[in-house]
Design a protein around this ligand. Sequence first.
Ligand code: PLP
Length: 259
Amino acid sequence: MSRPALLCLSGHDPTGGAGVQADIEAAGAQGVASLSVITALTVQDSRNVSAVHPVDVALIERQLQTLANDARIVAIKIGLLGDAAQVALVAGWIDRLRVPVVLDPVLRAGGGTELAGEALQSAIARELLPRVTLATPNAAEARRLAGLPVDAAADRAGVALLTAGCPNVLVTGGDETSDATASVINTWHRLGGAPMVYAWPRLAETFHGAGCTLAAAIAARLVLGEPLELAIHTAQKWTQETLARAFAIGRGRRIPGRH
Ligand code: PLP
């Protein structure tokens, strides 16, 4: 019997901090095997992204078809997507595979470069949010996807994404650096339940690849059969540990110590 696997649809980050390498390492640390389909190649260092080259959608389709005919895909993690055509393809595969999906909507690099134009952002909001099990935007991404102003409360954005049809939204607060609190507040908004609020000690820096690491760890915990609530908790705890042992690969932000 083949091992159940996590399908990662993500961009490649040559620094190894974010993207598909983060996913594979995060899943591997949970004891979960990854299948990796790369959506875009990027040029970046540990400070910022300077170019994104989407992979041809027909090639992604062939990779997915080939994998689906062979492997046992039991959950999907989606990170950076290259264009709106990829969104449509991925939406179709979510409908076909009918497994839990964790979407980390990547809209802007921590270094400031825009990673999603208007067409891609609205395709993600319209076609993916209603299809996934859980979305894990940071507060800025949640506001953008909800069409709210940059100073809107993060909670308001989380609730708006529920209303837009996403059943579970974990809004992460690591990017809310103007927040005077000593904690990073992550809030899980869920359909039909009260929000769950998690507070983690705010470390003295920001990291490269923290969001990918968390989303992939949650998806891997779902592969292991954990219920969503436990997966969200254990993955946050583990991600916090990876940040505490983060290391530098260059002159910019440090990357999570996933192994
Ligand atoms: N590059 C890729 C391929 C990514 O998936 C991401 C984020 O998910 C980034 C770069 C940016 O990562 P960060 O915002 O942590 O610097």
